[in-house]
Design a protein around this ligand. Structure first.
Ligand SMILES: Nc1ncnc2c1ncn2[C@@H]1O[C@H](COP(=O)(O)OP(=O)(O)OP(=O)(O)O)[C@@H](O)[C@H]1O
Length: 809
């Protein structure tokens, strides 16, 4: 943690010149000079650690408070922008959701829609552009829109990425000379434009390695690289490149050959690329990435995933998209029902398995096996047709297979086998038990390029891992500690079970920390909504099961918490890889209880870890954390009990209704009174607990060792910000005026130390090699025994000497 700032005047002065905003408080005169803390010390609000003085007559807490606390001017601007973008991002999330939900395709159509929207906006502007107030409102909206666009550009998310200049024309984030690093990859000029629009200065290592092999040598590729390293475009760009080249070739031939001139080429397009991903969210995201890269290239990409309207997806397929990205279940459902676009695969040029190792996990993917079996196998010496489309007889040879993941463990045997040449037969026995059989079965060719860029630890380069050791029942306390003391930046919490996820989210909600949840039993709409909401706020929390472990690319996830350890090292890698993506940094924290230890050490062993940092916990916070948690647990028990009773009652009623039975809930008078009494008493208890917790939550979380006048050392967390906002609102309503205290308002705080920074500044390396630990323990025991023996001997000698001395006397 960074040290608390002293109440420096120079700093205060600098900030005192700050302009204040609407909704701010009116604090006059100088209570400050008498006692700067008196305003807060007497009440429930507690005080603040490290001084930030906001003088003049007013100070706006809402939105501005965090900016004012421990920040330099430049940062203030940034934070202000980000606080504005928060609300905007939320909106963007909704847009994304509807876009994904409808399975819209990339194309002029999308652009048309957008133009239409813009046009409508403009019309509306003209219509109601008279009133001054409305004007201001629109201006605000426009500003927000612009800010939203900027945020999107910054984050590279699924929103509109291009800059839009005043005339509404698109421009690029990078100039031609700024993307020269891409030149060696000889990508199509349209793709280069996309890259400039996306703002990707240089290819990532996996893109650098894969694109030449896949796009220019036409090879199959098995690619492995760390999480967040841009694997999607490593296979996506070669696909787009080939489609563009073929289209151009066809157009050229058409020009040259008059006979071809009348032939329809692209409108009746067959399926050219089939990409399979293990989860719906990932498939939607891959689709989104391809759309971004293929924007305005007239290449149709469609997601086909479960949990969405089958009819709608059938309609999308009828438009004969060039690329389909889907999950095995829904794809197979449509294939097996004989959907034309998915079964006529003779022109399929690319078959991609993203997160390939997940596909074979636990033998889940029978559907995948069936899909693979649908792929054409004929090999022969066919020729390429004149319109640039490949003939069926060439498919086996022409189809490229890409198999990608961050965690593909290839056996030496498989590498040798690839060198010798894979058998082209489908006799690979049984199911898809390994990447090897999967690749073989999918028709991977013998000269496939194996590009394995994973480093020794396989973890993302800028990821800093850590752990907290605690008792099982303390996990919630440490989670709350991390989120409230260090809760800055997006945080993902992973649970292995849905029950644990529900419990955690309920407890956090009672403690005033709102989180979104994501698990496989949720409806797809709710899943997408949770993702959108999580993306929409830079300090949001998502609690998820391993359905979110792989592939999800959410910008600025700062922290990943393993509330429960995953079942395998691979899942640990993927979960942790939701942070520290695309060359950014981030940290992961595994919360380990004694029962997790065996798993934890074997995980460390399989990842060849000798040591790991222990996440620094300031124990002075823990008494207050435990107190709040205990209240929250009691409240949770009460609420759960009553909702269980309600559910039971509903169940009875529902079943009775179905059976046509009349239920008699009438109790005897005595029973009725007893029940009423119980209900009343439990509701009174619940109220009391809630009030007690509220009183605690109103006070900023602060370490026990500090005076209540000094606030939590870790600065202004989102929770604290909320408390300050409430405090400001209350005070604005005149609480202080009632007390007759005219004063300037004083906020003392410091930058929130986010988990990564806390870890960097005070995380302690601890040995996690169990054998080594045992060895060290063994040596310590030997040393201890030796010392005890020595002590015993010395004691004995002394005793003997005393005896001799006695005898000699
Ligand atoms: N050349 C590039 N320069 C900068 N950013 C890039 C580049 N290529 C891709 N990205 C961005 O990097 C992020 C991660 O990319 P992507 O999701 O493809 O990673 P991944 O390797 O597939 O990760 P995971 O293994 O977790 O699935 C995305 O936001 C993407 O837009």
């Amino acid at each position: 943690m960074s040290s608390p700032l002293p109440p420096e005047k120079s700093n205060s002065k600098k900030r005192s010149r700050k302009k204040h905003t609407k909704g701010s408080l009116q604090w006059t005169d100088s209570l400050l000079s008498e006692d700067p803390f008196s305003l807060l010390s007497g009440g429930d609000q507690g005080g603040f650690l490290s001084l930030e003085e906001i003088d003049e007559s007013e100070f706006g807490l809402i939105g501005e408070v965090v900016e004012a606390v421990g920040e330099e001017k430049g940062n203030k601007k940034k934070k202000k922008a980000s606080s504005v973008s928060n609300s905007n991002k939320r909106k963007r999330g909704d847009e994304l959701s509807s876009e994904l939900g409808s399975g819209t395709v990339v194309t002029e159509e999308g652009d048309k829609e957008e133009k239409k929207r813009k046009g409508n906006n403009r019309n509306n502007d003209v219509k109601d552009g008279v009133q001054g107030k409305e004007k201001a409102g629109r201006k605000n909206k426009k500003n927000k829109k612009e800010k939203k666009k900027k945020t999107n550009q910054k984050e590279g998310t699924s929103g509109e990425i291009t800059k839009v200049d005043e005339k509404g024309a698109k421009s690029f984030l990078l100039g031609e000379d700024e993307v020269y690093e891409w030149n060696v990859l000889r990508l199509h000029p349209s793709l280069m434009n996309s890259i400039r629009r996306l703002g990707f200065r240089e290819p990532t290592p996996i893109q650098r390695a894969c694109i030449p092999a896949a796009a220019h040598q036409g090879k199959d590729v098995i690619g492995a690289a760390e999480t967040g390293s841009g694997k999607t475009l490593a296979f996506g760009l070669p696909i787009l490149q080939r489609l563009l080249e073929e289209r151009e070739k066809a157009a050229r031939l058409k020009l040259e050959d008059k006979n071809l001139a009348d032939k329809k080429i692209d409108t009746e397009s067959p399926l050219r690329a089939l990409i399979v991903a293990p989860t719906r969210e990932l498939a939607l995201q891959v689709c989104d990435h391809l759309k971004q890269a293929g924007k305005s290239l007239d290449i149709y990409v469609v997601p086909i995933v479960g949990g969405m309207s089958l009819e709608k997806q059938e309609r999308l397929l009828k438009r004969r998209p060039h690329i389909v990205v889907g999950t095995p279940g829904r794809l197979w459902e449509l294939m097996s029902s004989g959907h034309q676009h998915l079964v006529e695969l003779n022109s399929l040029s690319f078959f991609v398995l993203d997160e390939a190792d997940r596909m074979i996990e636990g033998g889940h993917f029978h559907e995948l096996q069936s899909i693979i079996d649908m792929l054409p196998v004929t090999s022969g010496s066919g020729t390429e047709s004149s319109d640039g489309q490949t003939e069926p007889s060439m498919q086996r040879k022409k189809r490229q297979t890409f198999v990608f993941s961050a965690t593909i463990a290839l056996s030496d045997n498989f590498r040798k086998k690839l060198k010798r040449g894979l058998s082209s037969s489908r006799s690979a026995s049984g199911g898809l038990s390994s990447i090897e059989t999967l690749s073989e079965r999918a028709g991977m060719r013998p000269d496939a390029a194996i590009i394995d860029l994973t480093n020794a630890s396989i973890m993302a380069n800028k990821l800093e891992e850590s752990f907290i050791e605690c008792r099982e029942e303390e996990k919630d306390a440490y989670l709350y500690y991390i989120l409230s003391v260090h809760g800055q930046g997006r945080t993902m919490i992973f649970c292995t079970s849905i029950a644990a996820l529900r419990h955690t989210s309920a407890i956090l909600r009672i403690l005033g920390i709102n989180s979104w949840t994501l698990h496989a039993q949720m409806q797809q709409r709710a899943r997408l909504k949770a993702m959108d909401r999580f993306r929409g706020n830079e300090n949001s929390v998502l609690i998820a099961t391993d359905v979110a472990a792989r592939g999800l690319d959410i910008p600025h996830v700062r922290t990943v918490i393993h509330y429960q350890l995953p079942h395998s090292a691979e899942v640990y890698i993927h979960r942790s890889g939701r942070t520290a993506r695309a060359s950014t940094d981030g940290c992961s924290i595994a919360v380990i209880s004694p029962k997790d230890k065996t798993k934890f050490y074997s995980l460390c062993k399989s990842l060849s870890k000798e040591s790991l940092k222990q996440f620094p916990v300031d124990n002075a916070y823990m008494p207050e954390v435990m107190k709040r948690l205990s209240l929250a647990r009691q409240i949770d028990r009460f609420t759960r009990k009553s909702s269980q009773e309600n559910a039971k009652k509903n169940w009875f009623e529902k079943n009775a209704e179905a059976l046509g039975v009349d239920l008699d809930f009438s109790d005897s008078e005595e029973e009725g009174t007893k029940r009423m009494k119980e209900k009343k008493s439990s509701s009174a208890q619940l109220n009391k607990l809630q009030q007690e917790l509220d009183a605690h939550l109103k006070r900023p979380l602060q370490p026990r060792t500090l005076s209540h006048r000094y606030l939590a050392g870790a600065g202004v967390s989102p929770v604290l910000q909320q408390q300050l906002e409430e405090l400001s609102k209350r005070n604005a309503k005149g609480d202080i005026a009632e007390n007759n205290k005219k004063s300037r308002f004083v906020v003392i705080g410091q930058d929130l130390v986010e988990p990564l920074h806390a870890l960097r500044s005070s995380g302690q390396e601890v040995c996690v090699n169990l054998e080594k630990k045992k060895e060290v323990q063994k040596r310590a025991d030997i040393w201890k025994r030796k010392k005890q023996d020595e002590k015993k001997r010395a004691h004995e000698q002394k005793r003997k000497a005393r005896k001799r001395a006695k005898e000699g006397m």
